[in-house]
Design a protein around this ligand. Structure first.
Ligand code: GDG
Length: 473
């Protein structure tokens, strides 16, 4: 197999197994690269006074990395700006939080160009290049402009928005058109793939040919390829002391109460305020549950330089304080709201101790926490996953209790149903969920994507465009 070069905004290899704030992308990609002996290229996370294009090469935990530093202005305009204040909210359907600024767009183009300039000399003629996520959508166009003819693929970890939302972005045509410089684009779900298709077939005279979209000389294969867990590695935590200690500690502190757990980066897309409101309704309408349950919400802060994240942090502190003030008794706190992160092993034990896993994002490309919760359960006495219908994971994890996160009543009913679910039903649902998590894991995901990127004709999950759109050709 040719060498794989993965490119993402940040390069974050796990140095100690306890890197609490890494997102789902980092967790999944390190596993895929370890298996393929590839190289991971991206931003170091560090600032430099003047961009020089100097590359730091390292090998960490079996993964070769090549990183560059960016200028403070790049970080402001590209990362905090266009990526996190423009694209992230827009692609999560939050036009109200989307900030449009020419400086942001300029910084985004500049950094993508800088990535291309620095990466180009590292590329050998038969390397496969796999670009990740919304920070780097135009990277392929910049590489093509520099004469790179290699196979280049792109995986979008977040949703693709409906055309009417995307059209509120100045430069939306250029951005979407640059996507057609990829040979393969992978989406988490059919819904996001269809939204992309809806946009490009209307905006450009793109023609559908089987699984591919053709525009002039360009031919891009679109596939649905949901990301999975490093299931073997994560499941292995069952044998660790840290996992057992965390599980025991929670069981002891729960003193016979049922624990509901939420684990999310502190982000408005994760629906935490709505989740707290649903839990409040549950306690208000079902007094018999008071003192019998508690919600442990782990929410390590992220993107603290972005104002909307400062706001959500302040809001959640206030809401949880209000709910606790309203319902707590001398020896019972309804919400344990924790802003720190835990190691993966501890997290495993925490999931395992919880009777209910509450995963209720308002919009989420996939959501790996849902899969981690399933993987951590004791198959003989599993907890129940309550999952938002707007998480990409809901397309796969159909045996979860599926809820609408915008409806406090629906979520409260879902929690009550999960708490009361008989053992036989819990086991049956869990068996099906675990089978999906173990089968469609991170290795399966990277194999499916790389099979398409190497140009092999048929990957198992590829949905034929003709079937999906009803078109004839
Ligand atoms: C993006 C997309 C998509 C969280 N707290 C701790 C901790 N975490 C870990 C979780 C999980 C990861 O962070 C979060 O992954 P998600 O999938 O939920 O979400 P995003 O970070 O938003 O990732 C998402 C993903 O990319 C992959 O494609 O699923 O839809 O938005 O792994 O466990 N990890 C540890 N301690 C914590 O306190 N160790």
């Amino acid at each position: 197999m040719p060498r794989l070069i993965a490119v993402s905004n940040r390069v974050q290899v796990d140095t100690d197994g306890e890197n609490a704030n890494r997102g789902g992308l980092a967790v999944a990609l390190a596993a895929a690269l370890r298996a393929s002996k590839g190289m991971w290229f991206g931003w170091s996370g560090e600032a430099t006074d003047e961009f020089s294009g100097q590359i730091s090469f390292r090998r960490t935990d079996g993964v070769a990395t090549a990183t560059i530093d960016l200028e403070a202005q790049d970080i402001d305009e590209y990362y905090n700006g266009y990526a996190n204040r423009t694209l992230w909210p827009l692609f999560h359907y939050r036009l109200d939080l989307t900030e449009i600024a020419r400086d942001f767009a300029g910084g985004y183009a500049r950094v993508n160009r800088r990535f291309a300039e620095t990466l180009e000399p590292l590329i050998a003629s038969d390397d496969l290049i796999w670009v990740h996520d919304y920070h780097l959508m135009p990277l392929s166009s910049h590489l093509r402009a520099r004469g790179i003819g290699n196979r280049i693929g792109f995986f979008l970890h977040i949703p693709w928005p409906p055309p009417s939302l995307l059209m509120s972005l100045p430069g939306h045509r250029e951005l979407a058109c640059s996507m057609l410089d990829y040979d393969v684009i992978g989406f988490q779900t059919e819904e996001w793939r269809q939204a992309f298709l809806d946009y490009v077939t209307v905006q450009f005279e793109a023609v559908i040919d089987g699984d591919c979209l053709c525009l002039g000389e360009r031919r891009t294969r679109l596939l649905v390829c949901p990301i999975g867990l490093d299931a073997a590695d994560f499941g292995g935590a069952v044998h660790t002391i840290a996992a057992r200690q965390a599980e025991t500690r929670l069981a002891v502190s729960a003193v016979g109460r049922d624990m509901i757990v939420g684990v999310d980066r502190l982000d408005y897309s994760k629906g935490l305020a709505e989740r707290f409101a649903a839990y409040e309704l549950l306690l208000a309408n079902r007094p018999e549950l008071r003192e019998k349950v508690f919600l442990l919400q782990i929410a390590p802060p992220t993107r603290g330089d972005v104002p909307s994240y400062q706001q959500i942090r302040a809001d959640l502190g206030a809401i949880s304080g209000r709910i606790n003030g309203e319902f707590a008794s001398v020896d019972w706190v309804p919400i344990r709201y924790v802003n720190q992160g835990y190691s993966r092993d501890e997290l495993f034990g925490i999931y395992r101790a919880a009777k209910v896993g509450l995963v209720t994002p308002l919009r989420d490309g996939m959501n790996l926490v849902a899969k981690e919760y399933v993987a951590a359960q004791n198959p003989e006495d599993p907890g129940v996953l309550v999952l938002s219908c707007f998480a990409g994971a809901a397309a796969q994890l159909k045996e979860a209790v599926i809820v609408n996160p915008h409806s406090a009543e629906d979520v409260a009913d879902g929690i009550a149903r999960a708490l009361a679910m008989p053992l036989a039903e819990r086991i049956e649902r869990h068996r099906a969920l675990l089978d999906c998590v173990n089968t469609q894991d991170v290795r399966w995901w990277s194999e499916v994507f790389l099979q398409a990127l190497t140009g092999e004709p048929e990957a198992r999950t590829v949905l034929r465009l003709a079937e999906a759109t009803g078109s004839k050709h």
